[in-house]
Design a binder for this molecule. Structure first.
Ligand SMILES: Nc1ncnc2c1ncn2[C@@H]1O[C@H](COP(=O)(O)OP(=O)(O)OP(=O)(O)O)[C@@H](O)[C@H]1O
Ligand SMILES: [Mg+2]
Length: 358
């Protein structure tokens, strides 16, 4: 039983620097939790408190039912991979991988077996006799991940372990990590500001902003039911269109076009409409379009073109909407008729940013 629990965790460095504010969450055995959020939102500080490298100002860290808040890092059975690799420079890769097990006096044959298994997974076999100074950044990072994996830990903590890898290697190692952690039981907490990593690796994602937990949910729910405007804008690439629109006659007005409001107890004067670029599509011949507008920018993303459209607005300045369209056509300067399907719209309160309860 190695479940991890954070209870009302707070960290104050100074009156102005309060990077962790009342975080409560649980990571069960076999779960992979990502802490996702922009730089400085408190991700590493949370991880360091779990590891015991930082003492919470308030709150508790509980592992396997035991309160470890005041326990020294060395007394918690935790494996951690840091943003910087922190390898022993005078040791070979083999020695780096096996150091933790040697300290724990694990029999030599057992150490050798585990080190070779992990080296195989992370493709480190050829590098076993080299020292960190003779490795590339990506290779060093794989050794750092390997060092955490060889140990039989109660909790795995990883702080942006892929941030120093180039894009291709990152994708490969990401896929490897997924397989590796699927095969083991201990809870994993993975810090990243990369939403693709969070979405592909995790069973659960905690989106953070400014020290506050914004939403804790499965990757699917985070994407399909963002709890507020921050989550909606942070997760998804290209970013969701978030449009502050006036409301009249049970409709939101997108430029000169009406969009039916969902059933709300009271009609606000303004509302934020969220719609992902991939959900806006061209109207079929004869189909009633939701909006019309002129293309003023086309960005080729390879698989799609990201097309920015200006929707005329006789009440004010034009409203810009971005949509993903086929890469095989030239969309420049075209007048487009577009459909915004009602079932994929999101509605937010313009003041609080919270999703409107429908
Ligand atoms: N030891 C410290 N003393 C004072 N302030 C600190 C300390 N450690 C972190 N901070 C501050 O706390 C805030 C959160 O830092 P943290 O490292 O947790 O962010 P992060 O979410 O991991 O960001 P990044 O994605 O850039 O790594 C930052 O404003 C940082 O400057
Ligand atoms: Mg960090």
């Amino acid at each position: 039983m190695a479940q991890l629990e954070l209870i009302h965790l707070n960290k104050t460095f100074s009156p102005k620097v309060v990077p962790v504010k009342d975080i409560s969450l649980t990571v069960e055995d076999g779960e992979f939790l990502s802490l996702l959020g922009p730089s400085g939102c408190g991700k590493s500080t949370i991880l360091r408190m779990i590891a015991g490298l930082e003492l919470p100002t308030q709150g508790q860290v509980v592992i396997g039912g035991q309160d470890v808040t005041q326990m020294q890092p060395g007394d918690r059975n935790i494996a951690m991979v840091f943003q910087s690799y922190a390898l022993y420079p005078h040791m070979t890769v083999y020695q780096n991988l096996s150091a933790g097990l040697r300290l724990k006096k694990v029999p030599k044959a057992e150490i050798d077996k585990r080190v070779r298994e992990v080296a195989q997974i992370l493709e480190l076999n050829e590098l076993m006799q080299r020292k960190p100074g003779q490795l590339s950044g990506g290779q060093r990072q794989r050794v750092a991940v390997g060092r955490a994996l060889v140990r039989d830990s109660d909790v795995f903590l990883l702080d942006e372990p892929l941030s120093n890898l180039d894009a291709l290697l990152r994708e490969n190692v990401r896929a490897e990590l997924k397989q590796i952690f699927e095969a083991q039981q201990a809870p994993v907490v993975y810090v990243t500001h990369d939403q693709t990593e969070a979405m592909t690796l995790s069973t659960k994602v905690a989106v953070l902003n400014d020290g506050y937990l914004q939403q804790l949910d499965s990757p699917d729910r985070i994407y399909s039911h963002p709890a507020n405007q921050f989550v909606a804008g942070f997760v998804g690439s290209p970013q969701m269109n978030l449009l502050t629109l006036p409301c009249r006659d049970r409709h939101a007005w997108l430029g000169n076009f009406q969009i039916p409001l969902p059933n709300l107890p009271t009609i606000p004067s303004e509302v934020v409409l969220g719609i992902r670029p991939e959900h806006i599509r061209l109207a079929q011949p004869g189909e009633r379009p939701t909006i019309q507008g002129r293309v003023f920018l086309v960005e080729n993303l390879g698989m799609y073109k990201l097309v920015s459209v200006q929707v005329a607005n006789s009440q004010g300045s034009p409203v810009t909407v971005r949509t993903l369209l086929s890469p095989n056509e030239d969309w420049s300067n075209r007048e487009l008729t577009l459909v915004i399907p009602e079932e994929v719209t999101h509605w937010f309160d313009p003041v609080s940013g919270d999703a409107l309860k429908l």
